[in-house]
Write a protein that binds this ligand. Sequence first.
Ligand code: MRU
Length: 367
Amino acid sequence: MKVADRHYRTIWVGEDGRSVDIIDQRWLPHEFRVVNVGTVDGIATAIRDMWVRGAPLIGVTAAYGVAIQMNDDPSDAALDRVWDHLHETRPTAINLRWALDEMKRVLSPYAPADRATAAWRRAAEIADEDIELNRSIGRHGLEVIRQIAAKKKPGEPVNILTHCNAGWLATVDYGTATAPIYLATEAGIPVHVYVDETRPRNQGAQLTAWEMAGHGVPHTLVVDNAGGHFMQHGMVDMVIVGTDRTTANGDVCNKIGTYLKALAAHDNGVPFYVGLPSPTIDWTVRDGVKEIPIEERSADEVSFVQGKTASGEIAQVRISPENSPGANPAFDVTPARLITGLITERGIAEASPEGLLALFPERARSA
Ligand code: MRU
């Protein structure tokens, strides 16, 4: 998407052809910084410390990490090692494992001498495919927005609530939850987005609000606890979020707090949609609550907030007593029964085994 009139993806191959440039998202919305990463350790740090984040982008970054490894050592042992090293960086987003498995599947048949070229090629394809998946999700989601808009008075916006950042910054481009919003805006359908701030790391306030502002999408930043109130007062027409892992049964794991939004939406008859590219489906898991590993991040993320001071410095400030312990589960699971539809690249699936298999029949044996 455009930033200051230049088109950016979130990750691209560096000038030397052996490294990647990424948008270091830790500094947004205050500073737009691009950094070059050329080692596997650097890739692991960028994923673990959330310089890049969002399930699809984590996967693509890991794929490039494998390519970097293949330049240095393309042996079978190194391929196994880089898989293990990158896989342990973040536990919840299944796209990480998907991308690492895909790289290993494609590279294994090659002789080591040919692996680097094949690895850079496949990583670039995975990045391009991510954009295509998102555009397809956008087209299907656009129809939902169009149907809601058709019931409104002319000019009245479709009010959409979103949680966390499942925007272009969480993917290579377009985003999953945001793709329908961007396409609706391009199609001239008036939309207005309620952006949950998304404590503790504030991906909504820092990233989604920045995206919306940058693309002229009318939006309002709200605290995480406001959504239920807005829904009770008929101010939200639909909720759309992303996902880090969706089970074969249609349970959706996403940023902590998503579950509460789904409960409020269910209680108020507000449709709750999930933008779901197929690499985010974990066909090996059925019960999301019991089986999906939930990342537990540092309690410091709860005790401190980051912002820009009046003197222009980006700083973290403590908001709690020094001796108050915190807990910081990064994700939660929304049961399939609370979900109106899973917007995939192949169409909108009911959140159920049957619904997903109707769109992905080739998975019938693995599911
Ligand atoms: O911890 P993060 O910022 O990586 O979490 C991101 C999310 O939870 C997104 O909603 C999810 O990855 C979907 S991104 C298209």
